[in-house]
Ligand binder design. Structure first.
Ligand SMILES: [Zn+2]
Length: 393
């Protein structure tokens, strides 16, 4: 199957080239924000439909080259799908995707040709030995990134065989849950009373409105205003949740970047089709916008160039992170973990976060100065660190 990595190349544009790059980046994001407004207004998350509707206007209004406009459509649909409660807004210098052999092409080992609003520019770049070794696997997409310090980067996606060693030596395990939204293997908790208070307030308000609407209906009145109030509350709640999720994901990625570690999360993609997950675990993941939080972590990590590894989620909550012993009795309460075998006692979410961390491939060597993103492919067997956990179902 292989896995996807993102190699990071530093571009060395002269002043004229840098202006051309800045021009296409700013125009692309301006166009994307406009297009996102169209997608939102039409509630359209389908690329083909959106293309049919907006392609010509997109090119005409913003003067985008054909391949750039196509990339813009894909980018907008992807962002809108992540969260349909708002029209996504793109930062002026957000990363811009290019298609290899279309609007971007490598010219030998040290120069890349990039299409801008004023034609192609051929820019020199730096590539390390590690990147060079894996560069032959490059395909499809490259993201152009302008960092705040003015550095230009090209993030190139490559397919590499399974088992390719990762350039980080350590991972932060992150456990997601309803009480503590995110707990890390460093012992950091993201939840807080304020978030809890807001959540409770929204839940109560929703209940009250629903009850009132019901009563009005019983009296033969049409509860139109109440329904509207209910909708407004739902929107406000979604916005609040999104802000919190943005904040948490930003912090997690910043800590990982600052300490040169990857992030390990539970792989919950197949949770619905796997019978060994009982309803409580499913309920645990549906209450808050966890799918959103996970996708925020993944794409922020990708932009930051740090690997995200998805690990086998079995028994992360009732297995002991110290000795590997698994038992329901290890959880005397929702909040506490106490191992029946070795006696290790700690916060239950912290224990789970440590299990998640240990299942990431911690044996990978450190390669200085190299950053990349490992996608979900290929790392499923990383749980051999904890054989006891891996064996039981
Ligand atoms: Zn134990």
């Amino acid at each position: 199957m292989g896995m996807k990595l993102t190699l990071q190349l530093q571009l060395l544009p002269d002043e004229t080239q840098a202006n051309a790059l800045r021009g296409i980046v700013e125009r692309f994001n301006e166009a994307a924000t406009w297009l996102a407004g169209v997608a939102f207004a039409k509630q359209c998350a389908n690329k083909v439909a959106l293309q049919k509707h907006a392609y010509y206007e997109l090119r005409e209004r913003f003067g985008l080259p054909a391949d750039t406009a196509i990339r813009c459509l894909a980018q907008v649909v992807e962002a809108y799908k992540r969260d349909k409660t708002v029209a996504p807004a793109f930062r002026p210098h957000a990363a811009v995707p290019f298609s290899m052999r279309k609007n971007l092409g490598f010219k030998g080992p040290d120069r890349v040709s990039i299409q801008t609003l004023t034609g192609r520019v051929v820019v020199p770049y730096l590539m390390g030995a590690y990147q060079r070794e894996r560069f032959g696997f490059a395909h499809g997409q490259a993201d152009l990134v302008l960092r705040r310090d003015g550095t230009w980067l090209l993030l190139v996606t490559v397919d590499v065989p399974d088992g390719t060693r990762l350039p980080v030596s350590d991972f932060i395990g992150v456990d997601l849950g309803v009480v503590n939204l995110a707990t890390t293997s460093d012992g950091e908790t993201h939840s807080g009373e304020q978030i809890e208070m807001c959540r409770t307030r929204y839940a109560k308000r929703r209940q009250r409105l629903q009850r009132a609407a019901h009563v009005a209906q019983m009296d033969g009145k049409r509860p139109k205003n109440m329904r509207r109030a209910l909708q407004r509350t739902a929107m406000r709640e979604a916005r609040f949740r999104r802000d919190v999720n943005h904040g948490i994901s930003k912090t997690l990625v910043a800590v990982a970047t600052g300490t040169e570690r990857g992030i390990a999360l539970e792989d919950l993609t197949h949770i619905r089709s796997r019978t060994q997950f009982r309803p409580p675990q499913r309920a645990k993941m549906s209450g808050w916008g966890f799918a959103q939080l996970r996708s925020f972590v993944e794409y922020k990590a990708q932009l930051a160039g740090i690997p995200v590894v998805l690990v086998d989620p079995r028994n992360t909550s009732k297995g002991c992170s110290q000795c590997g012993h698994i038992a329901q009795a290890n959880r005397p309460s929702q909040a506490r973990f106490s191992c029946k075998q070795c006696g290790y006692t700690t916060n239950a979410d912290f224990n789970a976060a440590c299990n998640i961390k240990y299942r990431a491939p911690v044996n990978a060597p450190q390669v200085a100065g190299l950053l990349f993103h490992a996608s979900r492919h290929g790392l499923a067997n990383a749980s051999d660190k904890l054989p006891a956990l891996a064996d039981s179902r």
